[in-house]
Design a protein around this ligand. Structure first.
Ligand code: PHE
Length: 370
């Protein structure tokens, strides 16, 4: 067989291929599974060693020149195609650009940014802790020993008990375990807020199984209730962007604070533009047309908690508070169903979400700060 001639013919046909489709059929014809050159390569197996020495290089040479020719023609055709496109295609730069959908900042993230910013001005750092907690940090160290009735009030999601495990694992029911962790890690003095997710087995218009809290903690010498009251007033006025926020402090009970203080905020009931009644914060709840709303729990950190956290309560004391972040967002931005926060409905997010670029309120948003 005249392999040289075969090669010349193949290379000539390849060089004459008019487009990439024609070139592809030629590739299949020569080098495909059933291709003629492939078939020749297969015959090598049936030859004697001498015959193979003589014919092998010729067939391999043929295959090489065919695949070189295919590659060269392919490059030429592609270059020609690109040139043709460049010659005919034009882009009209005067047309408006297509609209790119933009994401928005979720109200919870927005409010967390605002909180971090307000408390940073007051000298508080942001602390975090795990959402999968153990019962020691979530309860025991917060002065709720096993069988303490307050444990039952928390509707806790427990993980299955593990044989031999010292501590029972759970989804933290509040951000207060971060108090204990931060005191143990950093000692005193301390000024922190701890925003984050918490979990309780509860679901209706104002409760979701997962929600957000922010914990505040100050540990120092000579801290008293006056510091707590001033801090909460300053924070809430800055957060709601109103100077007429009026607080009412009521005696309460939490195992981890003593004394414990429930904080109410005064509001007026007004009719909104949609005809629906809405709560507008500000003014004393005792004024005509006003009422009180329970807003957060707080108190002086219980000496036992300070001890559990490895500090000497005769030297260090402080205050703590815990408030629902989602609730703060609802009050400030006027949403009425907590469940919508976590449905992931894009229409809701477009309506209530915040632009990362033009902030309507005091926070620049994390991404927008210089
Ligand atoms: N951890 C409490 C709760 O989730 C709130 C709280 C925090 C109360 C700190 C007092 C002090 O209900």
């Amino acid at each position: 067989m005249n392999y040289d001639q075969l090669g010349h013919e193949a290379v000539a046909r390849i060089a004459a291929a008019g487009d990439l489709d024609a070139l592809e059929s030629l590739r299949v014809e020569f080098l495909g599974k059933q291709g003629s050159v492939s078939a020749l390569l297969k015959t090598l197996g049936g030859l004697t060693p001498e015959e193979r020495k003589e014919t092998g290089p010729k067939i391999h040479g043929l295959r090489e020149s065919v695949s070189d020719a295919l590659a060269a023609r392919k490059a030429d055709l592609e270059a020609a195609e690109m040139e043709a496109r460049l010659a005919t295609e034009t882009i009209d730069l005067t047309l408006p650009a297509p609209d790119t959908p933009k994401g928005s900042i979720h109200p919870v993230s927005q409010v967390m940014d605002e909180l971090a910013e307000i408390f940073a001005d007051l000298g508080f750092a942001v602390a975090t802790g795990p959402e999968i907690e153990d019962d020691w940090h979530n309860f025991t160290a917060l002065n709720m020993p096993e069988s303490h009735p307050a444990r039952a009030m928390h509707d806790t999601f427990y993980f299955p008990e593990q044989a031999g495990a010292e501590k029972r694992m759970l989804l933290r029911t509040h951000t207060s375990p971060v108090q204990v962790r931060t005191m143990l890690e950093r000692g005193a003095p301390l000024r922190i807020i701890a925003p984050g997710r918490v979990y309780r087995s509860d679901s209706d218009a104002t409760h979701t199984p997962m929600f957000h809290q922010v914990e505040g903690l100050v540990i120092d010498r000579d801290i008293h209730l006056g510091h707590l009251k001033w801090t909460l007033e300053t924070f809430l006025k800055a957060f709601f962007e109103r100077d007429d926020i009026v607080l009412r402090l009521r005696p309460s009970y939490f195992p981890f604070t003593e004394p414990s203080v429930e904080v109410d905020v005064g509001f007026a009931l007004e009719t909104g533009p949609d005809g629906k009644a809405r709560r507008v914060l500000g003014g004393s709840g005792d004024a005509p047309g006003h009422a009180w709303m329970e807003l957060l729990g707080s108190g002086m950190v219980n000496a036992r908690v300070i001890e559990f956290a490895g500090l000497d309560p005769s030297e260090w004391q402080g205050f703590a508070f815990g408030v629902g972040v989602d609730r703060l967002a609802m009050l400030k931005y006027g949403m009425d169903d907590l469940r919508a926060f976590f449905d992931g409905d894009v229409r809701w997010l477009r309506h209530y979400g915040f632009s990362a670029f033009d902030q309507p309120t005091l926070s620049g948003g994390v991404g927008a700060r210089p």
